[in-house]
Design a protein around this ligand. Structure first.
Ligand code: BMA
Length: 320
């Protein structure tokens, strides 16, 4: 597997750097898409597959499957994903957004923010990105940013999530929950609250898990988004944390500075200005390379690159 990559530009001062050809997915890739962003990709076959947030020109929030040989040029299905197999009470589609995808044991699991009397965490699995088997919603409404760990922990599925309200939530802590079967979730533990304004303002209003955590020998590397409430609205940046490998509700380190914040035109201008929102990474353990997929201004999808060990060091060095 060769993940997307571009070497760090000589002039780059940051821990991570943007792909020079961002954004990689234009808003109108589909005949009916208003915007394609906050989307998840994974290795699949001899290339990559993904679940994409495509808001259509009715401005309905839909999920679409997509495929790519190189992780950069994507073919996204014109038809949205139709989920199968769930209790009709759960399967009635209202809306879905901000998907995450992980491979656990023998299949890909998809989690997303699912409309069910308000936002909650929808779950499904697939092996081929054609048929998606829907499971029960993980939690009661209202909840967002449900992110599975990429393996069972202490024998159970493990998920981060962010209880919310029914609107543009002005608060938000990250919690940990576990499940023996991907249906019944419990043993909820608090992970992280927003930071103090005077300590790290980009993450002082609310925070939420981003891509699936990455296992390192220093702990789970979690890339998470944080929100600053400015006089001009929310600003979404992202940073990093290290969680304990066996008890991931214990935070070992958490970056004070952000890794990336909205600064380029395509991050600052769009349907929702000033949003960088990561939902997936591709990791090459042999080289330590990491490709981060993030939504920009709720409009397009971009890539950033870094090295896992450098992000881990940065997290420890700048911890608050
Ligand atoms: C959050 C989610 C994200 C979105 C962000 C900024 O509440 O809806 O999908 O990127 O707001 O609008």
């Amino acid at each position: 597997m060769i993940i997307p990559w571009e070497d760090r530009p000589v002039s780059e001062k940051g821990v991570i750097w943007r792909y020079s050809a961002n954004p990689i997915i234009p808003r109108d890739l589909l005949s009916t898409s208003n915007s394609i962003f906050n989307s998840a990709v994974v290795p699949f076959g001899d290339g990559f597959a993904g679940v994409f947030r495509c808001d259509d020109t009715n401005r309905r929030m839909r999920l679409h499957a997509g495929f790519s040989r190189d992780g950069i040029r994507w073919r996204i299905e014109e038809d949205d994903i139709r989920l199968t197999g769930a209790d009709p009470e759960v399967s009635a589609w209202v809306y879905g957004y901000d998907p995450r995808v992980v491979w656990i044991d023998d299949r890909y699991y998809v989690t997303w923010c699912n409309g069910y009397h308000g936002p909650t965490i929808g779950c499904a699995w697939t092996t081929d990105f054609k048929v998606f088997h829907q499971l029960e919603n993980a939690f009661l409404p209202f909840n967002r940013n449900g992110v599975l760990f990429p393996r069972k922990i202490n024998g159970r599925f493990a998920m981060l999530s962010r209880p919310s309200d029914n609107g543009h939530t002005p608060f938000g802590d990250i919690f940990y929950s576990e499940s023996p079967d991907m249906e019944l979730w419990g043993r909820h533990r608090h992970v992280m609250s927003p930071a103090k304004f005077e300590q790290s303002a980009w993450q002082c209003t609310k925070i939420g898990a981003g891509p699936a955590p990455i296992e390192t020998n220093e702990g789970w590397l979690l890339i998470f988004h944080g929100v600053l409430a400015s006089c001009n609205g929310f600003v979404y940046s992202f940073g990093s944390a290290l969680l304990d490998l066996n008890e991931p509700w214990k935070t070992l380190a958490r970056s004070g500075p952000y890794l990336l914040s909205p600064q380029r035109d395509y991050e600052c201008v769009g349907d929702v200005p000033n949003v960088t929102f990561p939902c997936a990474t591709l990791h090459d353990p042999d080289t330590g390379r990491l490709a981060i997929y993030y939504g920009c201004a709720d409009t397009v999808t971009s890539l950033a690159f870094g090295y896992v060990n450098e992000i881990v060091e940065f997290t420890k060095k700048t911890t608050i």
